[in-house]
Design a protein. Structure first.
Length: 358
């Protein structure tokens, strides 16, 4: 048996379109909170994305952290991505429905899903959810690592859970049929949001805390609850899948396997939390990494497990062959082609049908 990625829908539930080797992107990353306008979506970025076989990517836009006015910055970021897509109509298309993912596959374009990694731009006005939905946003992660008005992130010390405003925001997201993403959230916030949501929810990029006990990873209780309500769990290609921080592709596979055991094979996928284009000079990047980690820690944005000696990606699961390599490793583990197809994209597509409609 051999899986042919050309035949599959591959969805990265949280990723990047960027060439991190370009000077502008490297400088933006060093500045801690890069904006969409600083991304380098050049010919290599597009060529690598096509070569990887990816069908659609949930890209982060809007306010996540930093000294930006959240609402205004988010509107600017949406406009920036609209312009990026408009400039490359043969290569990119915006995804608003599950049918759009299928159309991206049929037309050979890369589907771009607009997603937030922090709902701070809503501020205390849940009615803004409808505005963001009208502008094409389809995924809203409630919190980043810190607390916000909606709830606590994974690094917030209180683990307060969902606030009354947070409940209103979840209700507004349900009304607009937007995905409620619980990545980065604290455990109580995750559990409470999953319970109060009238629609299935997701954890688009995470690991399993049963394997590595770090706040950014989700407990079996969280994973099981999300899956039991028809939701989706994406496993990331991040250092948090190994207790040492030096994660390998086999670690990612182990977390996928655990999530499948807990959630069932119909609810697990991938959310790499990284770019497709690989960093070319790892030695030079390693020299800059300590400063980046220190800045994130000083800003209160870092998560336990982020260290100066660990890359924020899995070294042997990156570049244009990352999805093929993952499929190969899953196949070697004994997974059938049907199960691999689900993990690489079909499960996300079915979840999108449930939330967005076809």
């Amino acid at each position: 048996m051999s899986v042919d990625l050309d035949d599959l829908v591959i969805v990265n539930a949280l990723g990047e379109l960027d060439n991190p080797n370009a000077p502008a992107s490297a400088a933006a990353a060093a500045a801690l909170a890069p904006t969409s306008a600083q991304l380098t979506i050049d010919e290599r970025t597009i060529a690598d994305a096509h070569a990887s076989g990816v069908t659609a990517i949930n890209v982060t836009l809007g306010y996540t952290l930093g000294d930006f006015p959240p609402y205004r910055h988010t509107l600017d970021e949406i406009a920036t991505w609209d312009a990026i897509i408009a400039a490359r109509p043969r290569d990119l298309m915006r995804v608003e429905t599950a049918a759009d993912i299928a159309e991206a596959k049929r037309s050979g374009r890369i589907g771009v899903i607009y997603g937030f990694q922090n709902a701070a731009a809503v501020e205390d006005r849940p009615e803004r959810v409808a505005e963001f939905a009208g502008l094409g946003v389809r995924i809203v992660q409630l919190t980043y690592n810190q607390a916000n008005l909606i709830g606590d992130g994974s690094m917030a010390p209180g683990d307060r859970g969902l606030t009354p405003l947070g409940r209103e925001v979840v209700e507004a997201l349900n009304e607009q049929r937007l995905m409620v993403d619980l990545s980065h959230s604290g455990e109580r916030t995750c559990l409470e949001a999953a319970r109060v949501s009238a629609q299935p929810v997701s954890i688009n990029h995470t690991g399993c805390r049963a394997l590595v006990d770090l706040p950014r990873n989700k407990t079996d209780e969280e994973l099981r609850l999300v899956a039991s309500r028809g939701g989706f769990v994406g496993i990331y290609f991040m250092p948090f899948v190994n207790a040492t921080g030096h994660a390998t592709a086999e670690d990612v596979v182990a977390h996928i396997a655990h999530a499948v055991d807990v959630c069932g094979e119909d609810h697990v996928g991938i959310g790499t939390d990284g770019a497709i284009t690989a960093i070319d000079d790892l030695d030079a990047y390693r020299e800059r990494l300590a400063e980046q980690v220190a800045r994130r820690r000083a800003a209160g944005a870092s998560a336990a497990g982020e260290r100066a000696d660990t890359f924020p990606f899995v070294v042997d699961l990156r570049g244009v062959d990352q999805f093929r390599e993952l499929a190969r490793l899953l196949e070697r583990r004994g997974y059938t082609s049907g199960r691999i197809e689900k993990i690489l994209g079909l499960n996300f597509l079915n979840y999108a049908k449930a939330v967005w409609g076809s």
